[in-house]
Design a protein around this ligand. Structure first.
Ligand SMILES: CC(=O)N[C@H]1[C@@H](OP(=O)(O)OP(=O)(O)OC[C@H]2O[C@@H](n3ccc(=O)[nH]c3=O)[C@H](O)[C@@H]2O)O[C@H](CO)[C@@H](O)[C@@H]1O[C@H](C)C(=O)N[C@@H](C)C(=O)N[C@H](CCC(=O)O)C(=O)O
Ligand SMILES: Nc1ncnc2c1ncn2[C@@H]1O[C@H](COP(=O)(O)OP(=O)(O)OP(=O)(O)O)[C@@H](O)[C@H]1O
Length: 480
């Protein structure tokens, strides 16, 4: 990547610049330490170029930015893409740590977290150590780190990879991450696409653009890299055709005869699948409830097979999979209704999840959920209509507001709720909403609480509970 030195107008490669001994790199002026390289980014809410002088005051020794600036007293290098420069500089600073392990990147609207947990489990059972980077947590050398982002910024990401001694790194690659070049310094051995459906249309202008961003992962494959594509969603087929022209090695899993891995039959009641792995028919059991998790398990199976793991060993590993926090996490009680906590937050995810809940044959299904504030509002109506298709009772409640005004959220809930009728109740306090369902449900009913999964509440509610799981525990003990 070429940069232009602002005063001399000379071109210099980023690699060459990184031969200078910077004490660190920062894209946030508040974090600058003496001798750091500051990269100014025109962000989604503020222009980082405004903080160049603050960065210099704090001791930055060079600046990269996109604007034409000539009046700085330290070297300033101009680029056409600061985010790309950040990703490449971070990779260079940490000595391209992704070159050592086998790198697996997973993208798609839903199923990234579940699939990455499954892959890690299969590999670890074979004695292959595996780091995991994603939404719930990061696990590096078996040590767990809090995750604030699905795909961390390039500095944290390259640092985590550098610290890993594991043989494989499996990571979730979000559309935000791809669009903001967070993974651009990296080349992957395997790229996986799970599926695509409506989400994040607050950030991407339309679903076609969202898809184009997701498909960018496959431009980051190593020359001998492999693309594993789930073709069970329409967009998987689109991606397959797009990539067929690219010359990459392609492996597809889906329900068609021309897929490399075909789901021939899924017997939900007996929890059994018949699959075709290339030419051979194989019995397979998914370790988590629901067809969506069959797809996730088959995605992980595909990765295992590409890494030359015997299908019998993969099947054996599936038997001991402990599940994923907040992904169809089921609590069964003798004297109270059963409860499922799930992270579903898209219409498609909810459809799979509610269908799976119905397959448990509860007498009545109580669905408790809300809408995430300041995120894609276009999916709210579709989420409610999916809920009303399967649920006997709906309790709309508060998810994270993310600075969306409370009154606006309630107004929208009321407007959407008016179409459903008296099967729906709005109880904004999440702990009271869960309590209402808990007290009104009978033992053979099911409570499905979606949206937050294992995440901690960002708001204070009536009961002193930190999460949906915590609220259930609280109610259980207050009933005793
Ligand atoms: C909306 C969004 O995606 N924002 C990301 C973006 O920040 P930004 O462009 O908004 O930054 P900004 O606030 O406008 O500031 C511009 C620049 O000025 C700098 N600055 C700012 C203030 C100051 O005093 N000094 C200074 O230097 C900032 O550090 C930044 O470099 O670039 C940053 C660096 O990579 C990200 O950390 C940040 O992620 C935010 C915090 C975030 O969490 N975004 C979510 C939406 C996200 O990324 N989610 C996906 C998963 C989505 C999903 O599948 O559910 C994820 O991968 O986590
Ligand atoms: N393959 C799938 N197809 C459709 N929905 C799915 C699939 N897998 C999981 N889901 C639904 O999406 C929810 C989130 O799953 P998961 O965390 O695995 O996806 P994700 O892509 O990592 O999402 P995020 O990036 O938001 O964390 C699940 O709780 C489930 O309701």
């Amino acid at each position: 990547m070429q940069l232009e030195e602002s005063l001399s107008k000379k071109l210099i490669s980023l690699e060459k610049l990184m031969e200078d001994e910077f004490s660190g790199i920062q894209f946030d002026s508040r974090e600058i330490k003496p001798g750091n390289l500051f990269i100014a980014i025109e962000g989604t809410s503020i222009d980082g170029h405004k903080f160049i002088f603050q960065a210099i005051e704090q001791g930055a020794s060079a600046i990269i930015g996109e604007k034409e600036l000539t009046d700085l007293n330290i070297p300033y290098y101009r680029t056409t893409n600061s985010r790309l420069a950040l990703a490449k500089a971070a990779s260079s600073f940490y000595k391209h740590p992704w070159k050592r392990p086998i790198m697996i990147g997973i993208t798609g609207t839903n199923g990234k977290t579940t699939t990455s947990y499954l892959i890690r489990h299969i590999l670890e059972k074979q004695g292959i150590s595996c780091s995991l980077i994603g939404t719930v947590k990061h696990i590096i050398n078996d040590r767990e780190f809090i995750s604030n982002q699905t795909t961390p910024d390039p500095l944290l990401l390259q640092q985590l990879i550098m610290e890993s001694n594991d043989e494989v790194i499996v990571m979730e690659v979000s559309s935000h991450g791809l669009h903001q070049e967070r993974v651009s310094g990296i080349q992957f051995d395997i790229g996986m696409f799970t599926n695509l459906s409506q989400d994040h249309l607050d950030y991407h202008p339309d679903i076609e653009t969202y898809f184009d961003v997701k498909s960018k992962l496959f431009t980051l494959l190593k020359p001998r890299g492999e693309a594993i594509i789930g073709t069970y969603s329409r967009w998987g087929e689109v991606l397959k055709h797009k990539l067929q022209q690219s010359g990459y090695s392609l492996f597809t899993f889906g329900h068609k005869e021309n897929d490399d891995l075909e789901l021939i039959e899924w017997n939900q009641a007996e929890d059994h699948c018949l699959i075709r792995d290339r030419r051979e028919k194989v019995d397979f059991s998914s370790p988590m409830p629901g067809l969506h998790n069959v797809w996730n398990a088959l995605g992980a199976y595909s990765v295992g097979r590409r890494l030359h793991i015997n299908y019998k060993d993969i099947n054996k590993a599936m038997l001991t999979f402990p599940g994923v926090p907040g992904r169809f996490e089921t609590y069964k009680f003798d004297q109270s209704p059963n409860v499922v906590v799930d992270y579903a937050h898209t219409p498609d995810g909810l459809d799979y999840c509610l269908k799976t809940a119905k397959q448990q044959h509860p007498s009545r299904l109580f669905h408790i959920f809300g809408f995430r504030g300041n995120r894609d509002r276009t999916k709210r109506e579709a989420m409610l209509s999916v809920s009303s298709k399967y649920s006997d009772f709906i309790i709309l409640t508060m998810d994270d507001l993310n600075n969306e005004p409370y009154e606006e959220m309630i107004k929208e809930m009321k407007m959407l709720a008016s179409r459903i009728g008296d099967r729906l109740k709005i109880i904004p306090d999440r702990t009271l909403a869960i309590e209402y369902a808990w007290r009104n449900a009978r033992n053979n009913d099911l409570l499905l609480i979606t949206g937050k999964g294992p995440e901690e509440y960002k708001h204070e509610f009536t009961y002193p509970c930190k999460s949906d799981k915590d609220t259930i525990n609280y109610l259980l003990h207050s009933t005793e």
